[in-house]
Write a protein that binds this ligand. Sequence first.
Ligand code: 1GP
Length: 228
Amino acid sequence: MYNQKTWRHVFKLDPNKTLTDEQLNHVCQSGTDAIVVGGTDHVTLDGVLDLLSHIRRFTVPCVLEVSTLDAVTPGFDYYHIPMVLNSQEKKWMMDIQHNAIKEYGHMLNWQELVAEGYVIMNEESKAYQLANCQLPDYDDVIAYAQMAEHLFRLPLFYLEYSGKYGDPELVKRVKAELSHTQFVYGGGITTLKQAEEMAALADTIVVGNSLYTDFDQAIETVAIKHNE
Ligand code: 1GP
């Protein structure tokens, strides 16, 4: 198994969005540490399988971020299970996961499951709206990070600004709270400069949407790894 703790740069591919085969090859061979498959809208088993079969031709580690049970399939290296800490509904923190374990627990390889403490900061994002989130202030976020590290001892804490570039000051404050829990930042990274700024503060950065809006610039963000 791969050591996720060392991952610095990750691309997230959305099964509901399209890249050409050539672009997908490029993503897989870019030198990124891993590819996460995940999305919010219209995530189907066919879409997930299409991406998986493409990515699996390469050696890059591949993770499914589980958003709907209907689109879960074997074959990924890891399965990230979001627990939305700032959702106002218990179901996004606990019940969906509980139902999944009840139904599939007998066939799961527990080593492949990784719980992510998720805090969604962009009110405009689909994930924020779907999970009926409440916008935390900075002290709230710090307390969530402390819960992830000290109370739940979660492997991952994910500060999710999906579609919006976050506040480096907050990212810095969160990082100061996390040492065992891996700190993942994602949201609005479109340029190498932004990638460098956030990678200097978080353990792992995630680049998603910009692959679909400015592919070449998105690929350039992998250069954070060469400069270290
Ligand atoms: C989304 O955190 C990731 O889940 C990346 O965000 O799509 O804004 O790059 P962007």
